[in-house]
Design a protein around this ligand. Structure first.
Ligand code: 4AD
Ligand code: MG
Length: 417
């Protein structure tokens, strides 16, 4: 039977069953009579030890080569692993040119070095663990929402709105080779989405509790270690919510449930990150980050909710606080150690006349007529939040630079592959 490495390693009381394993060679060690290979197929941090006798040609069996091994799964003599594969047949599927291969045997490459090779760095332990955690966390987020009565919504990637009003939009046009009858493909300017929030608000007006989890885009000219031009955002929107406390409970629940699930599903990967990657996290240098850092430190280096921001700093959709309508809105950010802002959320302005005035003040009345409309047809108090998924991974794994927790990072001057 064909077995993934993870499943082979999990076999209790192996007694010589015949199996086939496929993967890439992570190490080769030859002794007088025997050859030890470690084969990894990405299903776990740990590799499977393959034991071969000296009749196998060890020159072909080199670090980085892809192989298919057939043999008997047996109990290992060594204390380091439960089982090992006694090879009967080893087939080299693809050889690996050692000289040209940027990943070197037994070397622990710095993450900055590996960033030059987005097509190969996933073959290292470091990126292997980070990306496995990323995958587990994705599944955990979906199950948290499913377990708590949220419906998943595919919000559009192409949109004509600028939800955050910060003007950090990428505009989208057909390639110049394409003949479009009119000047403009969509008749209106179209952009890559900065947030699915406004579309989620539409849906929360029918399904009560909704979420989306997809790519968002911001043309931020920032070389920081916590900004990307393309990042994944987890966004939730809840109807009949009257206080920030209710929202904060969902934010906290999401963070805790996701982290618990990651810790129970891939403890070795998290451990590897903490042991070899976490860097006694540094901070950025801009003033805003400095403030966040101060707050988190001041509160004892734990996550901190900050609420009721000044209205002028925040987008048009946030709800004016009833006890201070001139000055503050019901906004909530969650700041976490090492990363700073992880969540941004708010109650939304559900009162028709208040929203109408706010839109008018920002000159947005025409563009957001549909949004105002929602306040006319069964409007309810509601609110939501967005969590930067890469920042979440940075936070739980202690990864200093955001470019190392996404498979293919996009940022200013860089769109490799
Ligand atoms: O605070 P932001 O801008 O909030 C929104 O977009 C709301 N519309 C979300 C909502 O209420 N549905 O972004 C949310 C989070 C931030 O707290 C941060 O973690 C992350 O998204 N984020 C980025 N992550 C990586 N690179 C960037 N350029 C980011 N910009 C924001
Ligand atoms: Mg924010």
């Amino acid at each position: 039977a064909k077995l993934r490495v993870r499943d082979a390693l999990g076999v209790q009381d192996a007694s010589g069953e015949c199996v086939t394993v496929q993967g890439w060679i992570r190490s080769v060690r030859s002794q007088k009579e025997v050859l030890f290979l470690h084969v990894n197929d990405g299903s776990s941090l740990e590799s499977l030890q393959v034991v071969a006798d000296s009749s196998f040609d060890s020159r072909e069996l080199a670090f980085g080569s892809s192989v298919q091994v057939q043999g008997q799964l047996v109990k290992s003599q060594s204390k380091r692993q439960n089982v090992e594969l006694k090879a009967e047949k080893i087939e080299v599927v693809g050889t690996c040119e050692a000289k040209a291969f940027p990943i070197k045997y037994k070397e622990r490459h710095p993450l900055e070095y590996l960033r030059q090779y987005p097509h190969l760095r996933c073959r290292t332990n470091a990126l292997g663990s980070i990306l496995r955690v990323r995958s587990e966390a994705t599944a955990a987020i979906h199950s948290y929402f499913k377990d708590n009565g949220f419906m998943h919504i595919h919000t559009p990637v192409l949109t004509s709105n600028d939800c955050e009003g910060a003007g950090e939009l990428f505009q989208v046009e057909p390639s110049s080779k394409i003949k479009v009858p009119e000047e403009n493909f969509f008749d209106v300017p179209a952009f890559l989405t900065v947030s699915g929030q406004l579309h989620l608000e539409v849906m929360s007006g029918a399904f009560t509790q909704v979420f989306t989890f997809g790519p968002t885009f911001r043309a931020e000219n920032s070389q920081s270690r916590r900004h990307l031009a393309e990042f994944y955002m987890v966004e939730a929107e809840v109807s009949f919510v009257e206080s920030l406390q209710d929202l904060m409970q969902v934010m906290e629940g999401l963070f805790k449930a996701t982290t618990e699930m990651v810790l129970s599903h891939c403890p070795e990967d998290v451990e590897l990150c903490h042991q070899f990657i976490a860097s006694g996290q540094k901070w950025g240098v801009d003033l805003q980050t400095e403030h966040e850092k101060y707050l988190v430190r001041h509160c004892g280096n734990i996550p901190v909710f900050v609420i009721n921001y000044p209205s002028e700093l925040k987008p048009f959709y946030m709800r004016e606080n009833e006890d201070d309508p001139q000055n503050t809105v019901a906004a909530v950010d969650l700041l976490v150690p090492g990363v700073g802002e992880l969540f941004g959320g708010s109650l939304r302005e559900e009162r028709y006349h208040v929203l109408e005035q706010r839109l008018a003040r920002s000159g947005l009345t025409k563009a957001y007529q549909w949004y105002l409309d929602l306040r006319k047809f069964g409007s309810v108090p509601h609110g939501g939040f967005g969590m930067g998924f890469e920042r979440y991974l940075q936070c739980i794994l202690g990864v200093d630079n955001i470019k190392d927790v996404i498979p293919f990072p996009r940022f200013t001057h860089s769109c490799l592959l």
